[in-house]
Design a binder for this molecule. Structure first.
Ligand code: ADP
Ligand code: MG
Length: 407
């Protein structure tokens, strides 16, 4: 009998789940990677993190840490040898590196989806496509890559926000412009890189939706989060049923699902929305990974966004991650270490904060506090929304935070 023809055994085509005991890899060693590592280890997986920084928050808690740049061939080869599947924890990981890893090991989300989320021009085009049949579209915008496109910008987009197409986060790479002259100056100041000019909209509030989508297309979602930003950085997330009208929440969830589906996405995806004064929704941007606005899920839901990231990567079943408690998340920035104003660092009064009922402190193990740096977050859960709000206000006051309610 002739031998059977060899069946290709590329791990990328493996359909059976990776069970605990396997090794899950993550590109990037920041706080999102750290919380992914915690979730994976809690479920019995081994972990490997690729990050050039020896002190990276995720690298310091992972079983393996590959110290290498994201495009370093040897580093990527080591990661793919150690890991049975690889995910990412920040969207600016070079899509080319994910694509090359995918030749050796399953990668989720796929490089193509990450590449779209990395580029506001491609991202908005995807949102426009997904909204074609009456869905939720982006703010009016124009692409600016050439002098001709700059000259052709319509006045109706002013005042607007000029955003670099790539590498923006936490409000960086953005400038508000009121006139054509300001627009031209802002684009010149950007180095004439590819940008989008977006009409500045009057926001009634901001919200986000996180979905997890498996290899088989099954999709589950968390309830929409109501978010308050300060200085372009998320400050407070509040999640409970009275957060927003049910029909609005439903529209945000179904728009997020169609955005994920349109990418044939596998993994955890967050989509940010603006809610305008008339109650209409506008899609802002997406993150191909767990999101800061989903950190409350660690303490308020049956599965956290990080556990769902593990499940999607491992090909495990997805279950609806029921929220069992109303929640508020307060972001903790490095500014809190500098309350004295003389430049000296003082540890915030965690002992007093933790004396409050329903407080859950998450610090990311960053070696140095810096102003504007995300150092951790505080989740507050409780039996009722009022209780959660009251404790959040007390915690905010102990920490010297301006606000504790996103509503
Ligand atoms: P980042 O990648 O920095 O999060 P975003 O595009 O989400 O960039 O912008 C950051 C914040 O700036 C938003 O959460 C919102 O508060 C504000 N913002 C951005 N675009 C607009 C807009 N078109 N109109 C009004 N506010 C906006
Ligand atoms: Mg944003």
């Amino acid at each position: 009998m002739s031998p059977r023809p060899a069946v290709p055994t590329s791990p990328a085509s493996t359909a059976s789940p990776l069970l605990p005991g396997s090794t899950l890899g993550v590109m990037g060693g920041g706080q999102l990677g750290r919380m992914f590592v915690h979730a994976a280890q809690a479920m019995g997986y081994f972990t490997v993190v690729l990050d050039p920084d020896p002190d990276s928050p995720a690298g310091r808690v992972s079983h393996h840490h590959v110290h290498a740049d994201y495009e370093d061939g040897d580093g990527l080869a080591r990661l793919s040898r150690l890991a049975d599947a690889v995910t990412t924890e920040f969207e600016n990981v070079p899509a080319g590196a994910l694509a090359s890893l995918a030749g050796d090991v399953p990668v989720a989300p796929a490089a193509d989806a990450v590449a779209i989320a990395q580029d506001r021009i491609r991202e908005k085009a995807h949102f426009v496509r997904c909204s074609a049949e009456g869905g939720v579209g982006p703010a009016p915008y124009a692409v600016i890559e050439t002098e001709d496109q700059l000259a052709a910008v319509g006045d109706e987009l002013l005042p607007g926000i000029l955003k670099t197409a790539r590498l923006g986060y936490d409000g960086k790479g953005q400038q508000t412009v009121h006139t054509r002259a300001e627009l031209a100056a802002a684009w010149a100041a950007s180095g004439r890189v590819a940008c989008v000019l977006e009409k500045r909209l009057p926001l009634a509030m901001e919200c986000s939706v996180i979905v997890a989508r498996g290899r088989d297309g099954q999709t589950v979602h968390f309830p929409p989060q109501r978010n308050l930003h300060r200085g372009g950085i998320l400050a407070v997330t509040e999640v409970h049923e009275q957060n927003m009208p049910a029909a609005q929440a439903q529209r945000a969830v179904s728009a997020t699902k169609s955005i994920a589906e349109g990418l044939d996405y596998v993994g955890v995806l967050c989509v940010e929305f603006f809610v305008l004064e008339d109650g209409s929704l506008v899609v802002n941007e997406m993150a191909p990974r767990p999101h800061n606005s989903g950190h409350y899920t660690l303490d308020a839901c049956e599965q956290s966004q990080f556990e769902l990231q593990v499940r999607t990567l491992a090909g495990l079943p997805l279950v609806v991650p029921r929220q069992h408690s109303p929640a508020i998340m307060l972001n903790i920035l490095g500014d809190l270490w500098f309350v004295q104003g003389d430049g000296a660092q003082v540890e915030p009064p965690w002992d007093r904060v933790l004396a409050l009922p329903g407080t859950h402190l998450h610090l990311y193990g960053k070696v140095e506090a810096r102003r504007g740096r995300k150092m951790g977050h505080l989740n507050i859960t409780g039996a009722t929304v009022d209780q959660v709000r009251e404790v959040a206000a007390q915690a905010a006051s102990l920490l010297g935070l301006a606000d504790s309610s996103a509503c």
